[in-house]
Design a protein around this ligand. Structure first.
Ligand SMILES: NC(=O)c1ccc[n+]([C@@H]2O[C@H](COP(=O)([O-])OP(=O)(O)OC[C@H]3O[C@@H](n4cnc5c(N)ncnc54)[C@H](OP(=O)(O)O)[C@@H]3O)[C@@H](O)[C@H]2O)c1
Length: 411
C-alpha cells in the first residue's frame, strides 16, 4: 500500500518516540550506575527490579516499532482523515426472521481529523444494545418514532464516550458525554447539541449506569410504574414482573418494592437468574418459566392474586399472569420481547379469551413509552442515582465489550 503523507507523519512520530524510548532506556542505565550504591543498600532486590524494568522497556520499544511498520503497511487514511472501526448493518433478518451476527459487518472507515464549530470529537466507551433495535433491523420499523438502520450504514443507539476535542461551548476535552444516537464506531464526530454531559459522581463513578439503571432502562422501570402501575404505599399490592432478570425487569421489581408493593415476584428463564433475583435483588420469589408449571407457581407465590403486572415479554407468559390478575388491577405494558421476531402489530392484541378476562376484571393495559415522559427525566434520574448511592437499587454490572462483539450481543 502506498505510503501517504499521513502514514509518513505517523512513521516519523513513531520513530521519534522510539528514539525517545532508547534515550530513556540509556538514561535509566546511567542512573542505575550512579544510583547503584544508594539503592543497593536500601533495596537488596533492586537488580531483579532493574532487569524486569529493562526487559519491559525493550519489549515495549520493539512492539511499538513493529506496530509502526504494520500501520504504515496497512494504513489507508488520506491527508486530513483518521482511521476508525465501525459496525454497519450488512443484511436484514426479515420481519419474521431471527437475527444472526452476520446481519452486521465490522469494517474500517475514516472520519475527518478536524472538527467544525459546534462539533465534538468523542471516543466511544460504552454502547447499549437493546431489544428495540430488532425493529430497526427491519426496513419498516412499525413505529413512527424509530428510524430503520440502513444497509451498509453504521448502526447507532445509546452510547457514552469521552471528549477528545471540542468546538462546542458546553464541552471540554476529557468530559464524559452520552447520546441516544451514538454511532457504533470507535471514534466519532458528533453535533454537540445532541450530547448530554455526565457527572460520574452521581453513579459512584460507574459511567455505564447512565445507559442502564440511571439511564433509559431505569427511567422505563420507574416511570412505567409511576405512570401506569397505580402503586400506593400501604395498599398491600402484589407485583409480577416478566423478563425479570433483564435490564428493565430487574430494576422494575426493586422499584415496585421501593414505591410500596408488599410482594414482588419475578419470571425469568434460568434457575441462576431466579436465584439472583431473590438473593441479590430482593424479589420475594422467582419462577423459571422454562421449567415446571408457571400458572401453579404463580398461584403459590401470589396467594392474593396479582395487582400490578410489569409486562416485558407478552405471549403465553403474559396470558398466564393476566388470568390471575385481580379486579381493577393494572398492566404496565413495557415491552413484548417474545413477539419481536414476528410480523405482528405493536402492541399485539390479546387473544379473545384473555381480552374477555381483562375486560371483565377491568384490568388496564395502556401502551407505555418512556420517550413520552422526558419532561420527568431529570428528576427521575436524580431519584435513581440517589437509590443507587444509598444501595437501595442493586445493579448487576456488565463488562464493556469490544465493538466487534456488539452484533453477537444484539442477536
Ligand atoms: N416502553 C418503553 O419505553 C421501553 C423502553 C425500554 C425497553 N422496553 C422494553 O422492555 C423490555 C425489556 O427490555 P430490556 O432492556 O430489559 O431487555 P433485556 O435486558 O434484553 O431483557 C429482556 C429479557 O427478556 C427475556 N426474554 C427474551 N426473550 C424472551 C421470550 N421469548 N420469552 C420470555 N422472556 C424472554 C430474557 O430473559 P430470559 O433469559 O429470562 O428469558 C431477557 O432477560 C423489552 O420488551 C423492551 O422492548 C420498553
Amino acid at each position: 500500500m502506498a505510503l501517504t503523507r499521513q502514514t509518513g507523519k505517523l512513521f516519523i512520530h513513531k520513530f521519534a518516540y522510539f528514539t525517545f524510548e532508547v534515550v530513556l532506556y540509556d538514561s535509566w542505565a546511567w542512573m542505575q550506575k550512579l544510583a547503584r550504591p544508594i539503592f543497593h543498600s536500601q533495596f537488596p532486590n533492586y537488580k531483579v527490579l532493574c532487569l524486569i524494568f529493562c526487559f519491559k522497556k525493550t519489549c515495549v520499544s520493539v512492539l511499538q516499532t513493529m506496530l509502526s511498520f504494520v500501520e504504515i503497511l496497512c494504513g489507508t487514511a488520506a491527508k486530513g482523515e483518521m482511521i476508525i472501526q465501525r459496525v454497519v448493518l450488512n443484511s436484514r433478518p426479515g420481519k419474521n426472521g431471527v437475527p444472526v451476527a452476520e446481519n452486521f459487518r465490522l469494517e474500517e472507515s475514516t472520519i475527518a481529523d478536524a472538527i467544525q464549530a459546534g462539533q465534538v470529537r468523542v471516543r466511544t466507551l460504552y454502547l447499549s444494545v437493546d431489544p428495540y433495535m430488532r425493529c430497526r433491523m427491519n426496513e419498516d420499523t412499525g413505529s413512527d418514532y424509530l428510524l430503520p438502520w440502513q444497509l451498509s450504514e453504521v448502526a447507532d443507539g445509546g452510547g457514552i464516550g469521552v471528549v477528545e476535542e471540542s468546538k462546542h461551548d458546553s464541552f471540554a476535552k476529557g468530559d464524559f458525554v452520552m447520546s441516544f444516537n451514538w454511532p457504533w464506531q470507535t471514534v466519532a464526530i458528533l453535533d454537540g447539541s445532541l450530547l448530554q454531559k455526565l457527572i460520574p459522581q452521581l453513579v459512584n463513578g460507574r459511567l455505564s449506569y447512565f445507559l442502564g439503571a440511571a439511564g433509559i432502562t431505569g427511567l422505563t422501570a420507574l416511570l412505567g410504574i409511576k405512570e401506569k402501575g397505580h402503586v400506593a404505599v400501604g395498599a398491600n399490592q402484589t407485583m409480577v414482573v416478566s423478563g425479570a432478570a433483564g435490564a428493565c425487569g430487574s430494576l422494575a421489581g426493586q422499584i415496585g418494592r421501593l414505591e410500596g408493593c408488599s410482594r414482588v415476584v419475578g419470571i425469568a428463564g434460568t434457575d441462576e437468574k431466579c436465584s439472583i433475583l431473590v438473593q441479590e435483588m430482593g424479589f420475594d420469589a422467582a419462577i423459571n418459566y422454562k421449567k415446571g408449571n408457571v400458572a401453579e407457581q404463580l398461584r403459590e407465590f401470589c396467594p392474593g392474586g396479582v395487582d400490578v403486572y410489569f409486562d416485558n415479554v407478552g405471549g403465553d407468559i403474559s396470558d398466564t399472569v393476566i388470568s390471575q390478575m385481580n379486579q381493577n388491577s393494572h398492566i404496565i405494558l413495557c415491552g413484548q420481547i417474545s413477539q419481536y421476531n414476528k410480523d405482528v402489530p405493536y402492541p399485539p392484541p390479546l387473544s379473545p379469551d384473555i381480552e374477555k378476562i381483562r375486560k371483565e376484571r377491568n384490568i388496564t393495559r395502556e401502551r407505555f413509552l418512556v420517550l413520552n415522559y422526558m419532561d420527568k427525566q431529570e428528576a427521575s434520574v436524580l431519584q435513581l442515582c440517589q437509590w443507587i448511592q444509598e444501595g437501595k437499587l442493586k445493579v448487576r454490572t456488565f463488562s464493556p465489550w469490544p465493538l466487534i462483539r456488539s452484533p453477537q450481543v444484539m442477536v
